[in-house]
Design a protein around this ligand. Structure first.
Ligand SMILES: C[S@@+](CC[C@H](N)C(=O)[O-])C[C@H]1O[C@@H](n2cnc3c(N)ncnc32)[C@H](O)[C@@H]1O
Length: 139
């Protein structure tokens, strides 16, 4: 199985992706992970990932603590099911995609810039994997 972190829109500052990239690199020690920018008009996420669990990031989505998020990743691993995470751009998620998500996930009720949401998501993925593997990081 594999975790995909898709995001819409280039970071304003090339360095702003650094933290997310670092956590994706660390998470890749435990599970295959890929982070990349997509353009909804040119990328058919639903045709590309027919069976994956689609988790779209939305401030108004479901709040989850790190334990529950770790359980979500662990369940996908048991089911050998890919998970696609999607972070919207300046204008949020594509409106026609939003209803097709399996889960809308909130990182906080506050809206953050997409670069920051990317870093928080990548860190939570790393945290979830270290929790599942019994690594001391999440203490
Ligand atoms: C700048 S925000 C978009 C704001 C847009 N006006 C909206 O209402 O969605 C860019 C993206 O970052 C992600 N994001 C920002 N804050 C978030 C939060 N608290 N929880 C989950 N995702 C968040 C979402 O994927 C969002 O589409």
């Amino acid at each position: 199985m594999k975790l995909y972190l898709y995001f819409i829109g280039k970071p304003r500052d090339v360095h702003s992706n650094g933290m997310a990239q670092e956590f994706v690199k660390r998470a890749s020690r435990y599970m295959a992970c890929e982070m990349r920018e997509i353009q909804p008009g040119r990328f058919d996420l639903f045709a590309r990932h027919t069976t994956a669990r689609k988790v779209f990031l939305d401030p108004a989505g479901k709040p989850m603590d790190s334990q529950a998020f770790s359980a979500l990743v662990g369940k996908a691993e048991l089911e050998a099911r890919d998970v696609v995470f999607l972070i919207g751009g300046h204008d949020g998620l594509p409106p026609e995609w939003k209803p097709k998500a399996d889960l809308l996930l909130s990182l906080s009720q506050m809206t953050m810039p997409h670069e920051l949401a990317r870093a928080v998501l990548a860190e939570q993925i790393y945290r979830a994997l270290t929790m599942l593997r019994g690594h001391p990081y999440p203490r």
